[in-house]
Design a protein around this ligand. Structure first.
Ligand SMILES: C[S@@+](CC[C@H](N)C(=O)[O-])C[C@H]1O[C@@H](n2cnc3c(N)ncnc32)[C@H](O)[C@@H]1O
Length: 257
């Protein structure tokens, strides 16, 4: 029986982001990103791909009344949500694209991307843009997964291979970005003083499912021809009932302009 284990409907994108940010994992990696960002009072900080403004309030607190926080996202619904959530704070939310940032050269002290570069069309160009808007000595902290490290235990490892191959080939645009970031950042002219891997291990299928969307992703893998319907049933039945284990490495990469 799998139907009461997996979330079958695709969640609203903003609700999905809020839910992840509220988990222990979400809170702890975001805190680690903030520590690495080393924001000082008076800084100008930009959150690139800010989504519904998840991190903008914390950044506004860190820069204080003399600082500036800018959020940029290309999605109108995200910008509207972020604007609504940061009313009353000194936060400027802009509709814009990472490939062509709506910011002048050398105007930011700090920048962050949090699960954004995995989705952009051209990560190297986006990093070039971030380098352009940072002041010399400015710092960028990126938090991105490497989906090539995803593993989901199953007695038939061929099913795991088919599922993870679908994720890296088709489900995410830049699936291996996490481990590529140091090279891409160096190519954009950054130095990279720190690379910090975070590898959560999920032992609870429901907790994993709220982040990974296991059933929905399996359905897409069937449609794309990576798994047969029978294989998908076998795969999901074990995930729902068996001892469960999944993990994926998330990289925090610190880069300096
Ligand atoms: C997974 S969400 C993360 C949102 C937020 N950083 C957080 O941690 O909750 C990715 C966000 O990046 C934005 N995004 C993706 N590609 C973008 C691009 N090329 N330019 C600007 N924003 C982009 C999406 O609209 C989305 O809001």
């Amino acid at each position: 029986m799998t139907s009461n284990v997996f979330e079958t409907d695709t969640p609203d994108p903003i609700a999905y982001l809020d839910r992840l940010a509220a988990t222990d994992l979400g809170r702890s990696y975001k805190k680690r990103m903030l520590d690495e960002l080393d924001v000082r009072p008076g800084h100008t900080v930009v959150d690139l791909g800010c989504g519904p403004g998840t991190d903008l309030g914390t950044l506004a607190e860190a820069v204080g009344p003399t600082g500036t926080v800018i959020g940029v996202d290309h999605d109108r619904a995200a910008v509207d949500a972020a604007t609504g959530r940061t009313g009353g704070l000194a936060v400027d939310v802009r509709l814009g694209d990472l490939h062509d940032l709506p910011m002048a050269d050398r105007t930011a002290d700090r920048a962050r991307t949090d699960r954004v570069l995995q989705h952009v069309d051209d990560p190297a160009r986006a990093l070039g843009e971030i380098r352009r808007v940072l002041r010399p000595g400015g710092r960028l902290v990126m938090g991105e997964p490497d989906w090539g490290t995803l593993t989901v235990d199953h007695p038939d490892s061929r099913l795991t291979d088919a599922y993870t191959r679908f994720v890296t080939d088709r489900a995410v645009a830049n699936a291996r970005i996490g481990s590529q970031l140091p090279r891409l950042a160096a190519g954009a002219g950054f130095t990279v003083p720190a690379v910090l891997p975070i590898t959560p291990v999920f032992r609870d299928v429901r907790a994993a499912d709220t982040i990974l969307g296991l059933e929905r992703t399996t359905r897409r893998a069937v449609t794309a021809g990576y798994l047969t319907e029978d294989a998908a049933q076998e795969w999901l039945a074990h995930l729902a009932n068996g001892p469960f284990l999944a993990s994926v490495t998330f990289y925090l990469v610190v880069a300096e302009a």
